[in-house]
Design a protein around this ligand. Structure first.
Ligand SMILES: [Zn+2]
Length: 113
C-alpha cells in the first residue's frame, strides 16, 4: 500500500508537469531513492503500469537510482557515504553518527516526446 500511494504521487506530479508543457507522451521518469527508503522498486513499477493507463505516462519507463546512506560523524565531523551494515565513521571509526541522507524519494527528471 505504501508503494501504491508513492506511485500515485509520482504519476500525479508527472502528469501535471506534462499537462503544463503540452506534452503528449512521457517516455522516462527518473526517480532517486535513498537506501533507507523501504519502497520496493518492483512494486512501484507494477503499480505504475496499472494506474498510468489512459494517461500520457502510460509508456513511460521508470528508472530508479539508489542514493547511499550519508552520515556526519559527531566525533570528527567527517561527512561520508557508508553501507547500512557498517554503521561506523570510515575516518575515525566512531559510531556516534548523524544520518543526513538516505531517506530521499523524489522525481529527479523526466523525458518526454
Ligand atoms: Zn569520524
Amino acid at each position: 500500500m505504501h508503494e501504491l500511494s508513492a506511485t500515485e504521487s509520482i504519476l500525479r506530479i508527472v502528469n501535471e508537469e506534462a499537462a503544463k508543457h503540452n506534452v503528449s507522451k512521457v517516455t522516462k521518469i527518473k526517480i532517486k531513492m535513498g537506501v533507507l527508503s523501504d519502497l520496493l522498486p518492483e512494486c512501484i513499477n507494477y503499480y505504475f503500469e496499472i494506474i498510468s493507463k489512459n494517461t500520457v505516462s502510460k509508456d513511460a519507463v521508470i528508472e530508479i537510482e539508489k542514493l547511499p546512506l550519508k552520515i556526519k560523524c559527531n566525533s570528527c565531523n567527517a561527512v561520508s557515504n557508508i553501507g547500512i551494515k557498517h554503521f561506523r565513521c570510515p575516518v575515525c571509526n566512531s559510531q556516534d553518527l548523524k544520518i543526513i541522507g538516505g531517506n530521499e524519494f523524489y522525481i529527479d527528471s523526466m523525458e518526454v516526446e
